[in-house]
Design a binder for this molecule. Structure first.
Ligand code: 2AL
Length: 249
């Protein structure tokens, strides 16, 4: 099966790191196709940037996943899950956001989890996601490290001690049993952190790939009944003109 992994930011180094993390967990018969938007911010650390990232996700889904059977799963590899609902309208494949997938996985591994993320300002965005997905009773804290996303571009080895320290403090302060990594750029650090911390450390990229594989293998895709129905055929203007939904699709 083919899984489209979209890095919603435009850092090609981060796309490569996310692709490697996805391929490391993918089943032998799974092809990972990693991509990123053709426009938008190099990293996503606020809501202005996230607005562009959501449009970039819609662009990539339209280009690579909007025809029936084109891919069997889609993973959005940014912790804000930008454009998740738009992506689900635009494809019949299952679409997994890394935050939503990580919250589900962590909730099956511990009664409560803590999120350790990048810039402190993104904590409120993550908090909105916790509410949106209904994980208020499982998420016991969201902790910013003020590590810039692009410091994780090369895999983030230089940041691992700081993330470990924040995770230790979170586990103790929140009385949590698991850590959710709050940035797709942290994917390559997951095994090291789990080994050091001795608790489940959940990287959303890995669990989203495995959930996508499982749903696709079960023949499950995004519902087209209701608000995830395909977009209406419509003319788009300006730079988005090629991305409008065409009638025969
Ligand atoms: C992210 C992420 O995963 N990628 C990105 O550019 N920003 N999220 C975050 N909380 O830093």
């Amino acid at each position: 099966m083919k899984i489209l992994v979209i890095n919603p930011n435009t850092s090609t180094a981060m796309t490569a790191g996310i692709a490697a993390a996805a391929r490391a967990v993918a089943a032998p018969g799974t092809e990972i196709v990693a991509t990123q938007p053709s426009f938008g911010p190099l990293s996503i650390e606020g809501q202005y940037e996230e607005a562009f990232a959501a449009a970039g996700v819609a662009e990539q889904v339209r280009l690579h996943a909007s025809l029936p059977g084109q891919v069997q799963g889609v993973v959005l590899a940014c912790f804000g899950d930008p454009g998740l609902d738009a992506a689900r309208e635009a494809t019949t494949a299952p679409v997994l956001g890394v935050a939503e997938a990580a919250f589900h996985a962590a909730s099956m591994l511990a009664t409560g989890f803590s999120v350790v993320t990048t810039m402190k300002r993104t904590c409120i965005i993550a908090e909105h996601l916790v509410h949106r997905y209904g994980f208020e009773r499982r998420c016991r804290g969201i902790h910013g490290t003020d590590i810039p996303v692009l410091a994780l571009e090369d895999g983030g080895a230089g940041c691992v001690d700081q993330i470990e320290a924040a995770a230790r403090e979170a586990l103790a302060r929140d009385r949590s049993g698991a850590i959710v990594l709050g940035c797709a750029g942290m994917a390559g650090l997951c095994a090291t952190l789990q080994q050091r911390l001795g608790v489940p450390v959940v990287d959303g990229v890995a669990v989203a790939v495995k959930f996508a594989e499982a749903l696709a293998a079960l023949g499950l895709g995004t519902s087209k009944l209701g608000d995830y129905a395909a977009p209406l055929p419509k003319t788009f203007v300006g730079w988005a003109a090629p991305l409008g939904w065409a009638a025969p699709r």
